[in-house]
Design a protein around this ligand. Sequence first.
Ligand code: TMP
Ligand code: MG
Length: 220
Amino acid sequence: VGHESTRRGALVVVEGLDRAGKSSQCEKLRDYLSEQGHTVKYIRFPDRTTPIGKLIDSYLRGSTDQEDHSIHLLFSANRWELAKSIQEDIANGITIIVDRYSYSGAVYSAAKANPTLSLEWAWQPEIGLPRPDICLFLSISAEEAAKRGGFGAERYENEAMQTRVRELFRTLFERQEDVSIIDAGKSLEEVSKDIQVVVSECVGRLGATGPLRTLGPLVN
Ligand code: TMP
Ligand code: MG
């Protein structure tokens, strides 16, 4: 009694196509977990505030060009530069909600159909990063996505790219554990409730999960 060590936080990743509602759902999840008494941080990748993040931002806005492999490695480096602080926060009992992570990293780059940039190649630099306790994939159909309004002005925000990204997310998530596919075509409230159920379950089994793990190679 009185010697209980700090219970670690959970690493929760939210993934999905543009317009799947990731940001709104991350905010709702943050509020929910805070109400449940958790200390919560909400971060997103790319983190456009660091020097590497500024290069990525300029690439995404179309102000600069980058070779495909090179920009891929910058996106990965942008996660590596935050890896230690994520590990420390989790160990200190902080739960972190992450808007996009290694899954977006691998899938968007592989969607470029560059012959030497396969999903396998793209996944390699992610190996060893903090491994999410749960990854929620907010899934919407192409039709539903189209209904939610036009594309933005950034690189990748076009029909052809989004179609390939959708297929590659499916391929990747067939090869990952700890992924929960959420039907994001429902209302904001319904989706939020579905997410709460999955995340509560994940947080409940953290004791049995042990310390934060690291991402491993792709399994077949
Ligand atoms: P955002 O719209 O969530 O700010 O993400 C910006 C774009 O960057 C989005 O089209 C997905 C893409 N992306 C990558 O290509 N690689 C990555 O590693 C990440 C995190 C995002
Ligand atoms: Mg976007």
